[in-house]
Design a binder for this molecule. Structure first.
Ligand SMILES: [Zn+2]
Length: 440
């Protein structure tokens, strides 16, 4: 007997990034893995402990949010209509300094995980402070995650004196989660502009020692590139390349202001990029050159960034915005629905170093999938499922979510978070933050 069996009316497996939809299939899950994906037969129902009837629904891989700062859900709506540097230096960093504690991080992370589950995400890549506390919450709630403690030269809430506590967190996580089925440790230098060469070399040392993915914000604003050229006579990407950082498995969030030479360096070193269209729009950063990146075979995933700069972790809405923005940019329609679905599934997984484990529904991979209710007014009539997923869906259609064979949400009921307690804790903490900000 298998743990779970799903009768799928429709399946979008995303195998090899293909958007072909199959009908009347049976998906069997056992001990966290996909065991069978084959044509449905009535007797399949008798071979499973838990049977899910999705015979009128769509089953697809769980979505991947490639760049987030989960606890920043508690800062949502706090700093609006500001350009990037003012947003970061005058609002976000001072509020974080005053409020970010392990308790803040736990509550903010749980809120974010709840939002992710509700919008179909089963894998997230995060960078923040007290990343070990984030790992505890992710472990408890049941998502898959790549988690990077932030390293920087400025004082951080979990390393106020730059005394090496951030590196201790990285080491403890690398050891603790070495064999974890869902959690992977990475190391996250904040950005080239906030890390000296010696800090970046230290990051490379830990990446080498524990075989970690390096994740960092890169070329998010034009000013960042101009300052790098003034200080180092190199673009941020050229500087990281010259330091040897891109010789490690590396992931860049944003990559808005990349020139052709930067893109060549990314392609040459197999460095992946996470596209964050809504955050880049909101903070007036610019439009990432996604068409050029794809033309050079750079792996591109998609992310929301934190809720203080988005203000949503809904990757479904990110996909529609991201595709329309690219079509508007250069008046070029060559980026397609298929490209965007790939970013949120298989290519997103590859960008995070998880391409062998998740991002598509195939036998042997981890059982990370979602079920989508298509009997909803805005999905009628239904000529093309991939089109509906990108241009029509808003996330409310997602009714069930499974990660590593565990049901996180069933018929819209999230099973692994006590929402009543979480909302009460959020109300209490956000009242203190609001009081602090308005007093200033
Ligand atoms: Zn970010």
């Amino acid at each position: 007997m298998y743990d779970i069996g799903i009768h799928c009316g429709y399946v979008l497996p995303m195998q090899a990034g293909d958007t072909m939809v199959l009908q009347q299939q049976f998906l069997a899950i056992h001990q966290g893995k996909i065991i069978e994906l084959k044509a449905w037969e009535a007797q399949d129902k008798d071979r499973v402990v838990k049977f899910i009837d999705a015979s009128h629904q769509l089953v697809m891989p769980g979505l991947i949010n490639g760049h987030a700062h989960l606890p920043m859900n508690l800062l949502r709506g706090l700093a609006e209509d500001q350009p990037f540097w003012q947003w970061l230096q005058q609002t976000i960093l001072p509020v974080e300094k005053a409020f970010v504690t392990p308790e803040f991080v736990r509550i903010g992370t749980e809120l974010a995980l709840l939002e992710l589950i509700r919008s179909g995400v089963t894998t997230v890549c995060d960078m923040y402070y007290f990343e070990d506390v984030i790992a505890d919450s992710v472990d408890k709630v049941g998502l898959r995650a790549v988690l990077g403690e932030t390293i920087a030269d400025f004082p951080r809430p979990d390393d106020p004196d730059n005394a090496g506590n951030s590196y201790r967190i990285v080491e403890q996580m690398a050891q603790r989660f070495n064999d974890h089925p869902r959690i992977t440790t990475c190391i996250a230098p904040h950005a080239p502009y906030s890390c000296s060469d010696s800090t970046l070399k230290q990051v490379m040392h830990y990446a080498e020692k524990y075989n970690l993915l390096i994740k960092t914000h890169v070329a998010e604003t034009r000013e960042e590139v101009e300052k790098s050229l003034a200080d180092y006579k190199l673009t941020p990407v050229e500087r990281l390349y010259k330091l040897g950082l891109m010789d490690h498995p590396t992931l860049f969030a944003h990559g808005v202001h990349l020139d052709d030479n930067d893109i060549e360096l990314l392609a040459k070193t197999h460095t992946a990029v996470i596209y964050n269209p809504k955050s880049n729009m909101k903070l007036s950063c610019g439009i990432a050159p996604i068409r050029k990146l794809l033309q050079q075979n750079v792996t591109v995933g998609i992310g929301t960034d934190g809720a203080a700069s988005n203000n949503s972790l809904n990757i479904i809405s990110e996909l529609a915005t991201g595709l329309k923005l690219q079509k508007l940019h250069d008046a070029d329609v060559s980026i397609t629905i298929k490209d965007m679905l790939g970013m949120a599934t298989l290519n997103g997984a590859k960008a995070l170093g998880l391409g062998e484990h998740t991002g598509s529904l195939e036998v042997g991979k981890n059982a990370d999938c979602i079920i989508i209710d298509m009997m909803t007014p805005h999905w009628q009539p239904l000529y093309d499922i991939p089109s509906a997923l990108i241009y029509t869906a808003n996330g409310s259609e997602i009714i069930t979510s499974i990660c590593h064979g565990q049901i996180l949400m069933e018929n819209r009921q999230v099973k692994t978070i006590d929402m009543e307690r979480l909302y009460a804790e959020t109300k209490q903490l956000s009242a203190k933050i609001h009081g602090h900000v308005t007093k200033k």
